[in-house]
Ligand binder design. Sequence first.
Ligand code: GTP
Length: 597
Amino acid sequence: TELSQIRNFSIVAHIDHGKSTLADRLIQLTGTVAEREMKAQLLDSMDIERERGITIKANTVRIDYPAKDGKTYVLNLIDTPGHVDFGYEVSRSMRAVEGSLLVVDATQGVEAQTLANVYQAIDADHEIVPVLNKIDLPAAEPDQVKAQIEDVIGIDASEAIPISAKTGLGIPEVLEAIVHKLPAPKGDRTAPLKAMLVDSWYDSYLGVVVMIRVMDGVIRKGDRIKMMQTGAVYGIDKLSVLKPKMVDIAELGPGEIGVFTASIKQVRDTRVGDTITHEKRGTDKALPGFKPAQPVVFCGLFPVDANDFEALRDAIEKLALNDASFSYEMETSAALGFGFRCGFLGLLHLEVIRDRLEREYDLDLITTAPSVVFHLHMKDGEVRDLHNPADMPDLTYIDHIEEPRIKATIMVPDDYLGDVLKLCQDRRGIQMDLTYAGSRAMVVYDLPLAEVVFDFYDRLKSVTKGYASFDYQISEYREDTLVKMSILVNDEPVDALSIMVHRDRAESRGRMMCEKLKDLIPRHMFKIPIQAAIGGRVIARETIAALRKDVTAKCYGGDATRKRKLLDKQKAGKKKMRQFGKVEIPQSAFISALKMD
Ligand code: GTP
């Protein structure tokens, strides 16, 4: 295809502002998919994504659009992930296209992720076409939202297109704007092949499918290609474009986007952002700025039933085939037995993986408290990464500890601002900025990631009744007085409950955890002390009183079936319990004990 007749773009939006609905409309209007094949949300293919209403894996579609100028254009839409955890993938896929549609819900206005995502588009030098969605709703305020886009984002919104992705209103104008406002890609057909690896996924029939954007040169079926980061060489088996079904194509030239398969074994062998060239006479200049995505949040995943360990291993290996940014290694915990220490790009990523393990693979799991990666500066000068509080070495070997800090942007209606400030303050936040856009406040906080990974987002939603939007990025590692707090149940340390905490907060956190555990752990035949300790020093304590009578005692003299029933019931209850020495702790306690409410 002629470069001048190609337009490559993505859609940036806050969650729920209508990105998927608009994508569906664009595809539908251009007849890329027959009406009856149209599913409600074509691009969000995974169930879990649909349920949660978020787009996780970047998808793409090629649309043939006969424009009003009489020419037919090839429009390539890349559907980028909508959440901050996938920020690195978003920023890479943005570099594969020249423009973005900025979708803002005209009833809601600019939200935290609108900002985060549009800044990534601006960073990638995109031409941006603002689109005001949901104008079919009576609550839509297109003029206010236009002004807000100009004030808050600082781009010209005078020609923003009012649309309803639901009814189809304004969609033809959007297609014309894509053709006339977004630039055509550039590239040199005669130069050595240079293509960007935009995304990859595992398909159970085809194996690993790799999505690319060709910058220079031409790629053909049968070509021998090389991944410049990994050095691996493959032969192209199948070359296709997505419409959105795979349609085979003989070659892809500059500016084009498509997919190939090449007998690649696992997604891990394909790095988003890598440069692909020919094995022979390839380019020697890779695309700039490659960096692998790094897990920042770690937690332990253990089977409730130790017999499920192999099943958990299989499930994790399968998921990892399709998700290179998720890391895992085997872990043994004195408290929980065999399991895995897993690393994630962020909290949402963690939740998605855990949900899939539980639902798709039918596993009952204990998730330990999410922890961030601390940098331990040892007295001998070595710097160690601490992924698990249980591995914390003796303090006498440590010079100082650094923790990751984030820059968090929160947008919230005025009325709830006070509660948001208090929440951030409680989590050791430092306020950096506070501005207003209409009746909404935008606050920027410098916060420790460790205080955010657990239940910050839930708390934020609850104190603002769901009206706040939140976005963050890691800013730096900074020193602070952090200690490891252990929890002892019946005088035995329970490693899965240890946490890293700020020294000044240790007493109150310790008291809170002991109180919670007192309620969460059922009474036993003996009295159970629960203690929080730093090193050898106990900083908080509670005691669970002993249970007086055997549960079957009240059946004394009763019939045997009743007694058996009672025992069976007890046994069923036990499935969700783990034995620690002489004490049984319910599975739910590991997470509930850490909640700060
Ligand atoms: P994520 O995939 O979570 O990022 O959300 P999204 O931005 O893709 O939003 P989606 O397209 O799923 O739309 C969110 C909700 O808004 C859905 O319930 C849509 O039906 C609804 N919606 C989208 N566009 C319109 C519109 O123009 N008018 C009205 N009334 N509702 C709309």
